[in-house]
Design a protein around this ligand. Sequence first.
Ligand code: CMC
Length: 430
Amino acid sequence: MADNKPATLTVHDKTLELPVMSPTVGPDVVDITKLYGQGGVFTFDPGFTSTAACKSAITYIDGDVGELWYRGYPIEQLADKSHYLEVCYLLIYGELPSKAQMEDFEYRVTHHTMVHEQMQYFFRGFRRDSHPMATMVGVVGALSAFYHDSLDISDPWHREVASIRLIAKLPTIAAMAYKYSLGQPFVYPRNELDYASNFLHMCFSVPAEQYTVDPALARAMDRIFTLHADHEQNASTSTVRLAGSSGANPFACIAAGIACLWGPAHGGANQAALEMLEQIGTVDRIPEFIARAKDKDDPFRLMGFGHRVYKNFDPRAKIMKESADEVLGILGIENNPTLQVAKELERIALEDEYFVSKKLYPNVDFYSGIILSAMGFPTSMFTPIFALSRTVGWISQWTEMLADPDNKIGRPRQLYIGSNRRDYVEVGDR
Ligand code: CMC
């Protein structure tokens, strides 16, 4: 890092030298922290397309080749050989756990899955037809009203307990939001089940009959959690960091992340992608939708296509496509018309000049909805499942930020384009 030649910038006849920092891998970064102090100018970068907002050692993406690593481990290896709770440990603590560390972590998560009994009354305040994401934003934010003993962010023990609570309780809260929308009783977690099986149990069992989780479906669920666990400084993660930079408590920060994730350009795209595939309906209607996606005057976009960082295949989409084949095979519905439409749409789009020239490829959301729908989830549950999976990423990034000695409150500046100073005019004179 020290050997890099500084960048020079001439602005208003002043030449400034700006340090250039090199990451482990990836493009170098020009340090502009002193730019305003020394040059009296700001940078302008709406959407942060060229701005690194922090240092991070958690996740690496190479968007040009389509690579994703958690703590250095490629996502393909983790999806194939690891499991979600081990990935959680890896993301939070930085290394793969020993057997004893894994058992201890699993024990701690498993023994925090129940929520305070009074929380069910909180749920009951929502309308039955509320979107589960609306319920989750409210209920996760409310955790800070129920767990006062883990709110002191300057205490590492409080931070640790809050992190475990969030990872443990999010599936319970998401399942409760689902059950509430159905008008069915809430189902308590079961400690003998693994994380993914427990979530399926809380969503699909009813007190009136025995429910056995299909291990193959639990494995597919676990892989969906793993694929969504972290994705470096995306919109919701940046939201969590920004909220946390003010010293807000972890439950409030994660609620902010969930709110941001809900948008259709981000986590809400999985719901939108499946709804789009169902709207297309049959393979012969694909050209009509491709034409709409290319039409500048039509706001329609191919949902589940394109990514700010990936200018190649989203590696998660490839794994998700394999999983879709596997799950539909297990369920005996290989000829699912939505999957046929998705595959044909992908094939046509990848040959189309518009999508090729703009480097638009399927992203993680393109196939995930097909799997979730085949498992029995309604589209409204897709984004809550993304949120519960991403909670560990948000927590890891929040923890990393608080431990960073350079951490300060996030406070972007602006290019002011409003009116110049003017004097107030009395209403009768306007
Ligand atoms: N369909 C049609 N055209 C598209 C699409 C799409 N899905 N995505 C981008 N484009 C076009 C866009 O119109 C623009 O064209 P032009 O240069 O002629 O103006 C060009 O490609 C670049 O797009 P952009 O919107 O400037 O790129 P961005 O990096 O700001 O947006 C994105 C990235 C993911 C928001 C966008 O690709 C999109 O809206 N995709 C659909 C929603 C989606 O699938 N989101 C999930 C993302 S992955 C999971 C997650 O992050 O939560």
